[in-house]
Every structure is written in C-alpha cells, then in structure tokens.
Design a protein around this ligand. Structure first.
Ligand code: SF4
Length: 466
C-alpha cells in the first residue's frame, strides 16, 4: 500500500515536472516574503494592486467571431453568473479607472434598449439556455443612473431571457446620487434582491476631494430609505487609504455603517493606478495626508477587529455580512472564475475558461447589439487554468485545501508548494495543518500578493524544470 501511495506521488510529481528531491529554490524570487518582526507591514515591499488574474492567450481577431459562435453552442456546466454593464457615470471620481461615458439622459434610454436587444438575441443558444443562472449583477459605471422605467425594463429582460435559479441573487450596483424612491421601487419590482452602494466614505470633506457629490446626510437618508423597504440586502463599499483619511475617519466610517444596521460591507484598500488622476494629484503634492503602507495595514487590522467585535460573518477577506440575507454569491463565483455571461458595452465574461470582452466603444456597441454578439476580444485559457482558478477563489476566502485540490487535479500540490508555504509560514503569513493553508491576519492583508505568488511560483518553477 505504501509503495502504491509512493508511486502515485511520483506520478503526480512527474506531471508537475518536479524532481523527486526538490530544492535549490532561488531565495530572491519576489514571491518569497521578508522575514520581519511585523509581517502585516513588512512581509512584502509593495502590495499587488491587481487580483491574481488568469492571463490567457489572445485569440486572433479574424478567429474571434467563429470561436464565439462555437462557445455559444456548448451547454454550460457548473455555477453560472451574468454580468450586465452600464458604462455611464454622472461624475468622474478621482481614484477611478473605470469611467467610460458621461450619463446623458438621451444616451441612457437608447443604451437600455440596445442591452435588451442583446439579451433577447442570444437567449435560446445552448450556452445561455442550458442551466440555471445563480447570480446576476448590474454593474458599472453607475446602473442607478438609468431612469426608473429603463431599470425596470432591463431587469424584466433579465427575468425573461436568462434561466434564473429560484434563489438567484440579483444585484443592482449604484450611487446614492439621484437614487430616488421611484428607482428603488422599479428595481425591486424588477426582481432586484440586493443593492451594492458605493459609499467609499461618509466624510464630506474627503468625499468632495474625490469628486463624490452626495453629502453624508443624503447618503444616510438614501440608505435608510432602501433599508426600510425591507425587500433586498443592502451592502455598501468603504475604502481605506483615501486622501485626507486618518484612522479616526476610518473608525467613524465603520461606526456609521454599524449604526445603520445594513446587511453587509466591503472594506477595500484604495488602489492607486499608476499614471491615473489620483496618482498624478498625489505626486503633485495635492494631499497633506495620504496613507502609506503601514497606515493602510493598520486600517485593515482595525476594520477586521471592529467587524469581528460587531459579530458580522466574514464572507471573504474583505467582505462581511449579517446572518440574514447577504450571501455575496456573485463576487465569490467570480473569484472562482465561474461561467459569466456578459452583456453590454465594455462588459467582460468568462465562458468555458475563455475570457471574453465586449465592444467598449458606445457607438459601435449600439450598432451591433441585437444583430450580432458584440464580442471583440477573447483570451483562450492559460495552461493550468483550473489550478489558477482554485488559488484565486480559495485565497479570497482566506484558506485553501491544498490536499483536496491536489487530489482533484491529480497533482502533488502539497509537495510542490512546500518550499514556498514553509517560507510563508516562517514569515507569519500562513498556518499549515493537514493540507489546509490558512491565512493569518497579515496573510489576509497580503492576499493578492500570495495568490499571485502561488501562480507565479507554479509557472516559473515548472518552466525552470521543463
Ligand atoms: S461612479 Fe464608480 S465607476 Fe463612475 S467614476 Fe465614480 S467610482 Fe468610477
């Protein structure tokens, strides 16, 4: 029996290209952590600003339409979500890299009709019709910029064109600016059962510095109105590390959230896109207070502490929900790279391991929608897509069952990753127990570095052994 286990392990190692006696790992690779007194602030020199992505091989432009047709004829397997993109905003926020189009009333209605045409056109394909859709997300941009009648019409099309699971989570993302009672009611009548509102901070001075228009009183009023409808989970986003934000502001933001008694919260770290408006303003010395890495780490730690004391459930390293209503299905499915059906200009999806991108230019999208699926770019799955998907999804939850994942993939992942994980354990980022990798508080703060590190380690180590 022992011999059989050994030879199975050797087979698995051979699949990975591992030497029986793995060693000589260069200690200077960036995924190895610094060993220091405080891993929360010092484990890595800088924080990875993007989530561990899949990458992929670009498909030639001439082959894109044919490949999309083939993908649309295949029945889906596994969990599926749908993403519907509303690429309009009333104002442009300083820190944002996603602003696409100004929200002009005449464009919004035309766009809503195009979106509905697009959904109607492919509803009978095997890809769309073949199984339940577990979560739908209207994101942007600002979906709540749409008029009430357009929000209702788009949500009606979702109900009509997608085979929704009985317990499908339907989220509308939005801002409180212009989110009237009429729009809230239109969303609820259209079947929305979750609202994700981008608050970022309740502090008026910090908000106005970011280009956010609504003031604290208005935010409290709109969130309370939404909550009192008692028809849907109400979730907000808060960001730490904003220009002008101190620890006192951050604690006050979380306290205000807790006083509102909402269903869930995302606590995000500010992402400063190199060369973006925020980056330029910061380099130009516009802000007297701009949190450094150790300040942001302290804010993360305080956020975890306050949410834990308030007895909210931890649904991922950055998301908390109350026991009732909040499930966070869409976000968790996306981290696992579930199938994602995409609709709208600039939307991105995931079909059979392929990343799919839709036409981002509004005028071009409006011409295509309903006539032909506006897919303009596809990335074919990278090697080891299943492993990457599991790393990305599991570490978002703060843990990974390496043994089970290895068995399911037919790989000796415990053996392969032991040099890296032992180093991370010594650095205070993870704890290891019977094949389980659990992130410490510091590991949670550095989660994107760890996920990217596991992916890079796999690619580079195997390439070195090829
Ligand atoms: S509303 Fe959202 S998408 Fe639009 S500019 Fe502000 S942060 Fe970006």
């Amino acid at each position: 029996m022992k011999q059989k286990v050994l030879s199975e392990k050797q087979d698995a190692n051979a699949k990975l290209g591992l030497m029986e006696n793995f060693g000589n790992t260069p200690a200077d690779r960036p995924y190895f952590a610094n060993i220091c007194d405080n891993p929360l602030t010092g484990a890595f020199d800088k924080k990875a600003v993007v989530h561990a992505g899949l990458g992929g091989r670009p498909v030639a432009k001439d082959d894109t339409a044919g490949l999309w047709y083939s993908l649309s004829q295949v029945r889906r397997k596994g969990k599926t979500v749908a993403y519907i993109h509303i690429p309009f905003c009333e104002t442009r926020c300083l820190y944002c890299g996603f602003f696409a189009n100004p929200a002009r009333k005449e464009d919004l209605s035309v766009y809503a009709r195009a979106l509905i045409r697009e959904m109607e056109a492919d509803q009978d394909t095997p890809l769309v019709a073949s199984g339940p859709v577990h979560a739908v997300y209207l994101g942007g941009g600002t979906p709540t910029a749409l008029a009430a009648k357009d929000l209702k019409a788009v949500l009606d099309a979702v109900q009509r064109c997608l085979p929704l699971a009985n317990d499908c989570e339907i989220t509308v993302e939005g801002r409180v600016l212009d989110f009237t009672d009429e729009k809230m009611d239109a969303c609820i009548q259209g079947g929305a059962n979750r609202f994700s509102i981008g608050v970022q901070t309740f502090d008026d001075k910090i908000r106005s510095g970011l280009g956010r228009v609504a003031v604290r009183e208005k935010i409290l009023d709109r969130l309370t109105a939404l909550k009192e409808k008692d028809q849907a989970a109400v979730i907000i986003d808060l960001i730490y590390g904003l220009p002008g934000q101190t620890m006192a502001h951050w604690k006050e933001d979380i306290r205000t959230f807790l006083d509102l008694d909402l269903d869930g919260v995302d606590l995000y770290q500010l992402i400063r896109f190199p060369g973006g408006a925020l980056d330029k303003a910061a380099k130009g010395g516009r802000f007297s207070v701009l949190a450094g890495l150790s300040d942001r780490a302290a804010m993360f730690e305080r956020g975890v502490d306050l949410m834990t004391r308030a007895r909210y459930r931890r649904l991922s390293v950055s998301h908390w929900g109350r026991a009732f209503r909040e499930r966070n299905l869409y976000n968790l499915a996306m981290k696992e790279k579930a199938t994602c059906l995409a609709y709208g200009s600039g939307a991105g999806g995931n079909v059979n391991g392929h990343m799919v991108f839709q036409e981002g230019k509004l005028s071009a999208y409006l011409k295509l929608a309903g006539e032909t699926k506006p897919v303009t770019r596809i990335l074919a799955p990278p090697a080891n897509e299943s492993l990457i998907r599991r790393i990305s999804g599991d570490l978002e939850l703060g843990r990974m069952d390496l043994r089970r994942n290895g068995m399911e993939l037919g790989l000796d992942l415990e053996g392969f990753y032991s040099p890296l994980l032992n180093q991370w354990e010594n650095a205070g980022l993870v704890s290891m127990d019977k094949g389980w990798v659990t992130l410490t508080l510091a590991g949670q703060f550095w989660q994107t570095n760890l996920a990217q590190g596991m992916i890079d380690y796999f690619s580079e180590t195997r390439a070195g052994q090829a």
